[in-house]
Design a protein around this ligand. Structure first.
Ligand SMILES: N[C@@H](CCC(=O)N[C@@H](CS)C(=O)NCC(=O)O)C(=O)O
Length: 472
């Protein structure tokens, strides 16, 4: 895709919604409509003729059985708290409690940095909450009921005992106060030094965010000024992180505090977007080594790993939210790196990444019908082309098998469909549709940042098989 094509346009899925999320909801609600068949299949009760047809595929019911039930199980809404599963993060989180203590309104696509902070706080404190997803203006409309509660429509918002609260920083302090016994994220008042540092650190994050937004939006001369400003702010943040040497976090130690929660979403977006738009590397240069250590520390926090987004998602999601972000000439290597990543991923199949592989496979298995529809649209194939739909479905099954059983099993699965693929004369179309889907994943909306490269690797594995078939 040409660089200019996505700048300022919601290319990921902003206009359409995304296949993963939409079908997931339909499956959950058992709603009638286009996705009903897929929803019923997700529950393993139906296996249509299409499952068995053209390509003699294993069938989605059989694929679903291979996946760890943890990733497919429907009892997530009522069942006991077991872990952070991404789609659980979209509904309600009870942490063993009977009722949610509050309702958290966040953006549907998981793009909003302020929502990420508040949700990370709720997760770290394990406060039982219900989640209501509201569209951002850049990709949808907001329900009147929400606008009655929050006049300016800004996210996030929290509703507690009939009262609605807005402004992420205010919400976070309110939650800290109201749920003081739930794993405090602020130092005790008796720790004067740390307590005294919190306010300055929190404000510094706001300065950094301001410099960053100016930088991304500015061009020409503004760019040079903006680069100097953000470098100075990053120097200050880095120095601040060096204050407490007993751990990677702002207030030291081995667990994040509210200060880390405040920084997580903007530092994440800065590290992704400043190289991409401004050619200025943030992580990996050694200049801001405390920030690099902080990222490592944050990556060891499971709740954060499930809520963070990847660079590919951020650079696409930012222009629709904040307007045109010019790309400077020197950024080209970074643009190339980010843009080529989805089609370069290889499927790593190890015992260590089993959970991530199963998460990716489950995302395919729960949503294959919508993914197929979306891929066909992306590859400009008519929605009525049933023959192609079946071929793509077979290719998608190979990808899911590759994720759970590995490349050898996937190759055997591929071989079952190979004659149908070859006879169809549609190898190029299939490869194009798979490539399109590899570029569609939005993290953490569709799956976690750990699962997404594996999903892409599995699609690329099937693309490579198709490529080999074409060459032979
Ligand atoms: N100062 C507010 C800022 C909130 C904000 O700007 N939210 C954006 C999303 S990142 C929003 O809801 N914009 C309206 C929209 O996009 O629909 C806070 O900290 O909560």
């Amino acid at each position: 895709m040409a660089q200019g094509a996505f700048v300022g346009t919601p290319t990921l899925s902003a206009r359409l919604g995304h296949p993963f999320s939409r079908l997931q909801i339909a499956a959950r609600q058992g709603r009638s409509g286009r996705s009903t068949l897929a929803a019923r299949r997700c529950r393993g009760t139906i296996m249509s003729a299409a499952d068995q047809s053209v390509a003699h595929t294993v069938g989605w019911t059989a694929v679903a059985k291979k996946i760890d039930p943890f990733w497919m199980a429907p009892e997530y809404e009522t069942g006991p708290y077991r872990s952070s599963r991404p789609w659980e993060i979209e509904t309600q989180r009870l942490f063993g409690h009977k009722e949610p203590a509050l309702t958290f309104y966040r953006d549907t696509f998981f793009w909003c940095p302020y929502c990420e902070k508040v949700q990370l706080q709720l997760e770290l404190k394990q406060i039982p909450y219900k989640i209501v997803k509201i569209n951002m203006n850049c990709y949808g409309s907001k329900p009147a009921e929400f606008l009655r509660k929050v006049r300016n429509g800004l996210l996030p918002a929290v509703e507690m005992n009939g009262e609605v609260f807005v402004e992420s920083t205010d919400i976070m302090y309110l939650i800290e106060n109201r749920f003081a016994s739930h794993h405090p994220l602020l130092p005790p008042k008796t720790d004067r030094q740390r307590s005294g540092d919190v306010d300055r650190m929190m404000k510094l994050e706001r300065n950094l965010a301001g410099s960053w937004l100016n930088l991304l939006r500015g061009g020409g001369m503004l760019s040079a000024l903006g680069r100097r400003a953000i470098q100075q702010d990053l120097d200050e943040v880095n120095e601040t992180l060096g204050l407490y040497s007993d751990g990677p976090f702002f207030l030291g130690g081995n667990e994040p505090s509210l200060v880390d929660v405040q920084y997580c979403s903007f530092l994440e977006r800065i590290a992704a977007s400043v190289p991409y738009f401004q050619g200025l590397e943030v992580v990996g240069t050694g200049r801001w080594r405390h920030i690099e250590a902080w990222f490592e520390g944050m990556d060891s926090v499971p709740a954060y790993r499930h809520l963070k987004g990847d660079a590919y998602t951020h650079v696409r999601a930012l222009p629709p939210q904040i307007g045109r972000c010019p790309i400077v000439e020197s950024a080209k290597p970074f643009v190339d790196r980010v843009e080529s990543a989805p089609l370069k991923q290889v499927l790593l199949f190890t015992d260590e990444n089993r959970a991530d592989r199963h998460e990716a496979a489950a995302a395919i298995c729960r949503n294959y019908a919508a993914v197929t529809r979306d891929a066909m649209k992306g590859a400009q194939i008519s929605a009525d082309d049933v023959a192609f739909e079946r071929l793509f479905d077979a290719a998608l099954q190979c990808a899911a098998v590759a994720l759970v059983d590995g490349p050898e099993a996937a190759r055997a699965t591929y071989q079952q469909s190979a004659p149908a693929f070859a006879a169809s004369g549609r190898l190029d179309n299939l490869a194009a549709a798979l490539a399109y889907e590899a570029r569609r994943v939005c993290t953490p909306r569709d799956m976690s940042v750990a699962a997404a490269p594996l999903f892409q690797g599995a699609l690329n594995f099937v693309r490579a098989e198709l490529g080999a078939a074409r060459a032979s």
